[in-house]
Structure formats: structure tokens, C-alpha cells
Design a protein around this ligand. Structure first.
Ligand SMILES: [Zn+2]
Length: 120
């Protein structure tokens, strides 16, 4: 399962940024998820809860922030939100577009009981 390995990855990132003896204080873990990243939010949350159960991270949870899929047209310079993942410009029909956002999967911050660590 794709989301399970992502959840494991997130746990690894938390371990890199939080001291061992503070893991119990971790609460919300902010994660940016692009609508076109291929990640199912519910499934990711479920996987995270499953692998952190009965560990020092059991009181933590994911705070997912959905990031829209946005492309910018190189012909007419419009920025378009295409959450279905279409890269064609819906304004002029051009395929010369570049992806601005929507594919990211990134741990943004980790909130401990008394302090918030910004990672990006
Ligand atoms: Zn265009």
C-alpha cells in the first residue's frame, strides 16, 4: 500500500526533527498534500494512526492541507486550478503549461505540546 510507506516516511521525518524524549509531546503534524499527488488522504491518516499506535507518537495526528493542482499557461500566462490533473490550458487550449502546485507531499510543521517546529 502506497500510503503506508508514506506514513512510515512521515514518522521518519518526525524522528529526525524531534528528540527521542519529546516524541510523546508531538500533536499535530502538518502535511501538505497535493490533490494530484496520488495520495488518498483518508488512507494516509489511517495508515499513520495504525503505525503510531502503541508508540510514543500515539497521541499525534496528521493535519493534512490539500493543495490544489495549479498550472500556468505559457501562451496566455493564466494560472488555472485543474484539480482533475488536466494540464491543458482551459482558457486558450494550449498544452504549453507548467505545473505550479498540486503534486507536493511535504511535512510542513510539527506541533509539540508547547512549541511548533516549522520545517519549510
Ligand atoms: Zn492559455
Amino acid at each position: 500500500m502506497h500510503e503506508l510507506s508514506i506514513a512510515e516516511n512521515i514518522v521518519e521525518i518526525i524522528h529526525q526533527h524531534v528528540d527521542e524524549d519529546r516524541l510523546r509531546d508531538v500533536r499535530a503534524v502538518g502535511v501538505k498534500v497535493g490533490t494530484y499527488s496520488g495520495v488518498v488522504a483518508d488512507s494516509l491518516e489511517f495508515s499513520y494512526q495504525a503505525i503510531t499506535a502503541a508508540t510514543p507518537l500515539e497521541q499525534s495526528f496528521l493535519a493534512l492541507e490539500q493543495i490544489s493542482f495549479v498550472v500556468e499557461c505559457e501562451e496566455c500566462n493564466q494560472k488555472l486550478i485543474n484539480d482533475d490533473g488536466v494540464t491543458q490550458c482551459s482558457s486558450c487550449g494550449s498544452f504549453k503549461t507548467k505545473i505550479i502546485s498540486g503534486r507536493e507531499l511535504q511535512v510542513k510543521d510539527i506541533e509539540l505540546e508547547d512549541v511548533k517546529k516549522e520545517l519549510v
